[in-house]
Design a protein around this ligand. Structure first.
Ligand code: ADP
Length: 403
């Protein structure tokens, strides 16, 4: 006979075991699911982090300043270049207004922020650095500031991205070009006006009959037309040196002694007339230079001619010397003449710069381009030129070029 009690117990126990198994399985499945979920979450976080780092690395690799400004005008992102530019470690979170000390920059940035759409503007402001030879303009920086609203994402308030690019170099080059054109036109206009004035005298004022006067006028006109030719020649030389750099040089070995002798021969009549005492100091056995002889001749001619030109008095003492150091050829031209005032020293290599001084006796002395050519030619050879001057004692131009 079936004991229903036992049967019921067996069924109940079996059912309980079944339920327990199902519960355990469900629990296991849940644990597995949660583990998977947590792994996925971690993976997602990692991926987000990686994407964020990648974005930061990319933006930090930019030399441009990159900023994101939120709708409350707080900086929400700044790359390394931005922190460097504003000289701070942490720009993020700061109000944009507080960050920029220079008002011109703030105004330009505000224009960008207010524009509402893409906007570009330029800001030029001074920096704390001293001027040097050619580039007086190095004392300021010019930045182009480009801003644009960012595509707004759902749930995020609108933001503005700002990119700032340093265009100081291009701006300076453009400025130098403009100055050069302005100076060149000015320098050419003066002799042209003089020639035209004398022509008017000769033709319109009937002075042609006076042969002596005509001769004198024509002589003056020739002097000024020679000057125009010289300015044009020298401008072409500078332009050639600037556009071609080293690739434009015809390099060869040549004897420095021979080159100096050629120059002194060309200036022979000037040296004789001024009774100048020119000494050549070169080590026995000469120095061989690997360079463009044409430009070297021009360099030495300009330096020696300058010394003679600036010191028309008799008995000037000059030295053209050279020596070899371990890695360089050092060449110098020195004289004991009137010299160059210390305030002018840093400017004399600039185009068209001439020292305004009383001892300039001749009406026309030079173009102001000679030393500019010298500097560019030496730089094209990878060298440097320096000048020191104690007026009345020693004025010395020293060139150093790698061997
Ligand atoms: P320039 O054609 O007028 O000679 P440079 O560029 O050769 O132009 O020289 C610039 C200026 O530097 C000259 O006007 C002159 O005042 C000064 N200078 C150059 N060399 C000497 C020197 N040896 N002694 C005195 N002044 C010099």
């Amino acid at each position: 006979m079936i004991d229903y009690n036992i049967l019921a117990t067996v069924i109940a126990v079996t059912a309980l075991i079944g339920i327990a198994i199902i519960a355990i399985r469900a629990y296991r499945a849940r644990v597995e699911y949660e583990e998977k979920l947590s792994k996925m979450e971690q993976h997602l976080k990692h991926e987000l982090q990686r994407a964020g780092n990648e974005r930061d690395n990319l933006l930090d690799a930019l030399s441009d300043v990159f900023l994101i400004i939120d709708d409350a005008e707080l900086i929400s992102y700044a790359n390394v270049a931005a922190n460097r530019f504003f000289n701070t470690k942490k720009l993020s979170g700061r109000p944009i207004r507080e960050t920029f000390l220079d008002t011109r920059l703030t105004e330009a940035l505000n224009d960008c922020l207010r524009a509402g759409g893409p906007h570009q503007t330029q800001a030029t402001f001074p920096i704390k650095s001293s001027s040097n030879d050619e580039d007086v303009s190095k004392t300021y920086q010019t930045w182009v500031i480009d801003s644009s609203p960012m595509i707004s994402q759902e749930g995020l308030s609108p933001a503005t991205r700002i990119v700032m690019r340093d265009i100081t170099h291009a701006h300076q080059t453009e400025q130098i070009r403009k100055d050069f054109v302005a100076n060149a036109s000015h320098e050419l206009r003066t002799p042209m006006a003089i020639i035209s004035g004398y022509l008017e005298n000769l033709l319109d004022d009937g002075m042609l009959e006076d042969t002596e006067m005509s001769r004198r006028f024509l002589g003056i006109m020739r002097k000024h037309s020679d000057r125009i030719s010289r300015i044009v020649e020298e401008m072409l030389l500078i332009s050639r040196l600037e556009s071609s750099k080293e690739s434009g040089l015809t390099l060869d070995d040549f004897s420095l002694r021979e080159c100096i002798n050629d120059i002194l021969e060309r200036l022979e009549s000037m040296i004789r007339n001024q009774e100048a005492d020119v000494q050549i100091t070169i080590p026995k056995g000469d120095i061989t230079i690997h360079g463009d002889r044409f430009y070297w001749a021009q360099v030495l001619f300009n330096l020696v001619e300058n010394a003679l030109k600036q010191n028309p008095r008799k008995g000037l003492k000059m030295e053209v010397g050279a020596e070899d150091t371990e890695n360089h050829h050092r060449i110098w031209v020195k004289d004991d003449g009137v010299g160059i005032p210390s305030a002018d020293l840093e400017h004399i290599f600039r185009r068209f710069y001439r020292v305004d001084k009383q001892h300039s006796q001749q009406e026309i002395k030079g173009t102001g381009l000679g030393l500019s050519i010298v500097k560019r030619a030496i730089e094209a050879h990878g060298g440097t030129i320096n000048v020191s001057s104690v007026p009345g004692e020693e004025t010395k131009f020293t060139i150093e070029v790698p061997k």
